[in-house]
Design a protein around this ligand. Sequence first.
Ligand SMILES: O=P(O)(O)O[C@H]1O[C@H](CO)[C@@H](O)[C@H]1O
Ligand SMILES: O=c1cc[nH]c(=O)[nH]1
Length: 239
Amino acid sequence: MSPLHIHAEAGDVAPFVLLPGDPNRARLIAETFFEAPRPYTTYRQLLGFSGRYKGLPVSVQATGMGCPSLAIVVEELCQLGVHTLVRVGTAGIIGEGIAPGDLIVASASVPQEGTTRMYLGGDPYAPCASFALTRALADAAGPGVHVGLIQTEDAFYATQPSGVARLRERGVLAVEMEASALFTLGKLRRVETGCVLVASNHIGDPQFVDPDFLRERVLTMTEAALEAGVHLARQKGEL
Ligand SMILES: O=P(O)(O)O[C@H]1O[C@H](CO)[C@@H](O)[C@H]1O
Ligand SMILES: O=c1cc[nH]c(=O)[nH]1
C-alpha cells in the first residue's frame, strides 16, 4: 500500500536516495544523471524519480523546505524500504573562509528546530551523520570541501548577520533547514544518512548566488553524492 504522501509502492524507490529540498532540483538531478529516469510520485509537488547511475539503482526525492516536511518524506521512504539517504541542499555561510559555491559536508547539525525536539520529547541530543557515508561524501567532493558542524533552523529569516559571530565561535560552518531531523531519523529508523550542501549565500544577502553558477555547483555536489553511493556499494560488493 502506498504511504500517505509519497505515492509509490515498495520497489518504486531505490535503496539509495538523494534528498534535495527543491522539486525542480529533483527533476534536474534525474534528467542530468539518471539512466532511464522514471517519476514515481508528484503528490504535493514532492517530486520523486528513480533510475540508475553507473549501474547503481538510485532515486531522488524532494523533501520540501523545513524539518516537518522532510520528516514526513523520510518516514515514508523508510516505510518503502530505503537504506541510505543523502541530503543534497543549499546553505547560508557562517564559517570563515567559505565562499559562495563551496561544498560543505555536514558531519553533525545543531537541531535549532522543533521536529527533532518533538521526536525526542525535548531530551538533549546530538544529530550526526553516518561516518562511512560522510567520509565517502568528503572524499568524493574533493579538495576545497569543508567538513564539519552545521546548524538546522526552522526560521530562514531569523538568523541575521548580527548572529553570525556567535555561531562561528561555536564552529558552525553553515545554516540550513533539514539536516538535523534527517540525522535524527536516521538513528531512530536505523538507516544511513549524510548531507552535502552548496553555499548559496552569505547570511543577510538579499539574493542567492548567480543561478547559472548555483546550478553548476549543484551538479558538482550531486555528482559527488552519487559517486559516494557507487563507492559504498562497490565496497559492500553490491556493484
Ligand atoms: O535548497 P534546499 O535543499 O531547499 O535547502 C535550503 O533552501 C531552503 C531555503 O531557501 C531550505 O530548504 C534550506 O535548507
Ligand atoms: O536555511 C538557509 C538556506 C540557505 N541560505 C540561508 O541563509 N539559510
